[in-house]
Write a protein of this length. Sequence first.
Lengths: 276, 292
Amino acid sequence: MKGERRRLLLGDIIGCIVTVIVFVVPFYYMFVNSIKTAKEANRMTIHWPAEPHFENYLEVFRKQNYQLVTAFRNSFTLTVFTVAGLLVVAAMAGYVIQRRNDRLMRGIQWVIMLGLMIPASILPTIHMLQQMRIYKTMFSMVMIEIAMQIPFSIMLFRGYMASIPTELEEAARIDGCSGWGIFLYVINPLLKPIRATVIILTAVTTFNDFTNPLYFLPGAKNTTVQLTLYNYKGQFSSSYNLLFADIMLITFPMLLLFLIFNRRIVDGMVAGSVKG
Amino acid sequence: MQKGKRRKISLYPIWFVLPALTIFGIFFLYPIVTSFYYSMTVWNFDSAIFCGLENYRMFFSENELSSAVVHTLIYAFSTSMLKVIIAFFIAVFLCSRIRTKDFIRSAVFFPNLVSMMAVGLTFSYLMHPTKGLFNAVLTGLGFAPVDFLGDVRLALGSIIATDVWKGLSVSVVIYIAGIQSIDRNYYEAAEIDGASRGQCLRHITLPLVAPSQNTIIILSLIGGLRSFDLIWAMTSGGPGFATDVMASVIYKQYAYGFYGLSTAGNVIMLLLISVIAFPLQHILRRREEAIV
């Protein structure tokens, strides 16, 4: 018993040291460099600055005529509408696909799950959007984000639905509830845990997406937060301090979301990807 | 029978799948179908001149483009394999009676919240050939500095390492879910029979996490085959084209204005993923069934 305790303590110590070196140091590095002067940051060291410059965080907003403000607005709009849209359409589809489970639904399910594997065709999509005259609009960007994340969201909802007994629906049916009513008033309230998982996973994916806005939402007024980071690679390649301040600011909303929904992530993963 | 069927229909209306199916069909499936045609044209959005398989021939004859296929495969298989192995040990460690597991789990999960772009840019500074922190440590320990991203032989490996660092958490979370669902009785029985910890790990945990493991293999392999942002942030395909993958070639050809060629790259990527992922999934599912 004593040996066991010693071994655990050793595990604790080694585990923490490795974690700090591998996972905490890079984030400390980002933070420390975000409060240095441009000259100090250019030395790329991990030392605490001679004097912390928190005004970098304001400076990064002012850059390029407040482009970061526009970017935040665009990214928030995109994320909110994408997540809201997914919660509605994926929950409805996942519900009926799981409950009916007939040949038609299995066919639909198979087609949608293709989306988990095969990559989107980028240029034909741009061409189609141009023909529909919605290229470079927030609407088309939201639709594309929803389309790309529908398969995974449906998979999560469908997997969770399997754990809800059908007796409730049958009871509601006998009481004269319609199909839509059952979904809205009986099933919907029970989906709360899986909804939290879908919210965090799709919100992080959408907010952190770089590739799709790069292709489908070009232009200065359409910029998203991830694209502002990309500017630092080229145009402002000497202002590392502002780059790191930008990274900190952009990561903050996701951190907040994570703190709110922390516990749900593992639960949802169990329900969705392992058993589904 | 007839009655039961009718009840089922009104309970679960088919039209519920229509919104999802419509959006998915228009914005995902339709462009994929048309991509097969456009990949066989010289295309600039205004006019598309049919040229047969010329784009594909070009893709495989130009070393600059065909090497991207090789890089994509190396990248996908090595990131996937490393994640499967490393994440397993981290998950086992975090499922033991360690007291600091909440801290470690949060720290491991954190990179998942940071975007690929941010991680890529940060690591390209950490890997800076002269001033970067990694080289400061290496020279401090008496080694020669390494040009992580500028050396043709090392660049792809450096990006792979960054990808594993960033993507490890998802695999760890899936493994933890799998390990926690294993019946405790197996371990107690094994302990009574005098099995060592290593034996328990090898003969109980490993086979019973197979479903989680398969999910991880498939997810990380497909993610690796599609990967773009991290590579673009760190090297943009360079030095030369040493780290060009399918997705970066597609972007570059688009930027150069070769839309047909870019779309051909897209179709090749689709075929590559299908040829690998579908049989693999089949094999993994068979393995899963053989165990259970």
